[in-house]
Design a protein around this ligand. Structure first.
Ligand SMILES: *Cc1c(COP(=O)(O)O)cnc(C)c1O
Length: 373
C-alpha cells in the first residue's frame, strides 16, 4: 500500500462525536463539527454526522464545495470571515457565516439579495484571544447595523478562545458572553438564537458543573478528531485519541555515531574540547517530511526519538534497534500535523470502518502488509 498515508478509523471518530453530542446535549449545548483540519473529507464528515452532529463548520470554500459535492446537505457555516470574491458561493453553499466586518456583511447581504435569499450572520466577539472579533463595547452597534442590512439575518453571537493564545476560557469569560447576548437583545430587539462559546478548548468548562448560561453551541474539531484538549494537549476522558495514524516507510537504517564530527561544530564553540563518542546509535530515516506534515507534531513509538526533518526526510533515533528498510512505522499526530497531512497531496488517505457504518462487514482486519515497528 502506498505511503506516506493517513489511516483513519471512522468508528472512533463517530464514537467521539456521539460521546460529545450526548454529554453536551445534557448541558443544553449543541455540537457543530469543525471539518477544516480534514479538508471536509466526506467519509470523516459522514462519521461525525453518524455520531449525531447536526451542523458543520469549515474555514475554506474549497472544503465546502467538497462536502456539498459529496451530497452532504446539513447546515454548514463558514467560521472564517468570507472573502469578497466568494460572496455568492458562501451564500449559495453555506447557511451562515461568522463575521467581524460591516463591509463584508454588506457584500453578503447584496449577494443574498441577488440570489433572492437570505444569509445568517453570526457576529464574532473579541474576548481575549486577539484573533478575529468585534470589541465587546461595539457589539450593540454592529448588531443594529446587521439588523438594518437587507439580505442578512442576525442569527447569533460567538467567541473564540485558545487559537492565538494558548489560554482556556474561564467561567467569567463565558458568563460575559451570555450577558452580551442578553444585552444585544435589550438594545436591538430580536432574539439571539445562537450563542456559540468556542471550540474544543471550552470543553473543560462545558463539561464542568458550572452554569452554561446562554451558551448553546460549541464548534468542535480537535476533540472529535483527536480526542485531545488543545490547551494542554492531554487526552479528554471518554474519547479515542487514535482515530488517525500516519504511516511512513523506512528508507535507511544505519548505526551512526551519536555525536557530530568536529568540523560541523559551530566555530564559536571551537575552544571546547570534544571527547570522542563511540556510542553508535541506530538512526532511521522515514520517507516523510515537512512537505507532508508538521514533523514537530509527530508522536513516535515509545523509545524512539525525533532527531530532525527536512522537506522529504524525517530522521529518528531508534536507540539500539535497527528497523528494517521497507518496513512501515505507525506515528501519532497532533492537530497541526494532522491538518498538514490531510491537506498534503502526496499523503494518501485510507479510511477504515466505512462498510461497517453502512451495515456490512468491517474491513479493518484486511491489512496483513502493515508492519508495526
Ligand atoms: C478551528 C476553529 C474551531 C475549532 O477549534 P478546535 O479547537 O479544533 O475545536 C472553532 N472555531 C473557530 C472560529 C475556528 O477557527
Amino acid at each position: 500500500m502506498t505511503s506516506p498515508r493517513v489511516e483513519i478509523d471512522l468508528g472512533k471518530i463517530q464514537a467521539n462525536a456521539r460521546y460529545l453530542v450526548r454529554r453536551l446535549g445534557t448541558r443544553g449545548i449543541s455540537v457543530t463539527g469543525v471539518t477544516k483540519a480534514v479538508c471536509g473529507h466526506p467519509d470523516i464528515v459522514g462519521a461525525m454526522l453518524d455520531g449525531g452532529v447536526t451542523s458543520l463548520a469549515d474555514a475554506r470554500i474549497a472544503n465546502l464545495f467538497r462536502m456539498r459535492t459529496a451530497g452532504i446537505t446539513c447546515p454548514i457555516s463558514m467560521i472564517r470571515a468570507p472573502l469578497l470574491n466568494e460572496m455568492e458561493d458562501v451564500v449559495r453553499w453555506c447557511d451562515a457565516s461568522y463575521n467581524t466586518e460591516m463591509d463584508t456583511i454588506l457584500e453578503l447581504g447584496a449577494a443574498a439579495q441577488k440570489l433572492i435569499t437570505s444569509h445568517d450572520v453570526i457576529l464574532m466577539i473579541e474576548m481575549g484571544d486577539m484573533r478575529e472579533g468585534i470589541l465587546p463595547e461595539n457589539i450593540n452597534d454592529y448588531a443594529a447595523r446587521v439588523i438594518a442590512t437587507p439580505g442578512v439575518t442576525l442569527k447569533g453571537i460567538a467567541a473564540n478562545f485558545a487559537c492565538m493564545r494558548n489560554v482556556a476560557p474561564t467561567d467569567r469569560d463565558l458568563a460575559r458572553l451570555s450577558r452580551l447576548a442578553t444585552q444585544v437583545e435589550g438594545a436591538c430587539g430580536p432574539i439571539i438564537e445562537l450563542v456559540s462559546g468556542g471550540g474544543s478548548a471550552n470543553l473543560t468548562w462545558a463539561l464542568g458543573q458550572g452554569s452554561t448560561g446562554r451558551v448553546n453551541n460549541l464548534r468542535l474539531g480537535e476533540a472529535i478528531l483527536l480526542g485531545t484538549d488543545p490547551v494542554t494537549g492531554q487526552p479528554i476522558t471518554g474519547l479515542h485519541t487514535d482515530a488517525f495514524a500516519l504511516i511512513a516507510e523506512v528508507i535507511e537504517t544505519r548505526l551512526k555515531p551519536s555525536s557530530l564530527p568536529t568540523r560541523s561544530i559551530a566555530p564559536e564553540l571551537g575552544m571546547l574540547k570534544l571527547v570522542r563518542n563511540d556510542d553508535l546509535r541506530a538512526r532511521t530515516i522515514l520517507a516523510v517530511g515537512q512537505q507532508d506534515t508538521d514533523t514537530s507534531g509527530l508522536a513516535l513509538p515509545s523509545g524512539y526519538r525525533f532527531i530532525g526533518a527536512t522537506s522529504d526526510h524525517t530522521v529518528i533515533d531508534t536507540a539500539k534497534s535497527a528497523v528494517p528498510v521497507g518496513s512501515e512505522m505507525k506515528i501519532g499526530m497532533n492537530y497541526s500535523a494532522l491538518m498538514r497531512a490531510m491537506s498534503a497531496p502526496d499523503v494518501a488517505k485510507t479510511v477504515y470502518g466505512k462498510q461497517k457504518m453502512n451495515g456490512s462487514a468491517d474491513n479493518r482486519e484486511a491489512h496483513p502488509f502493515l508492519t508495526l515497528v
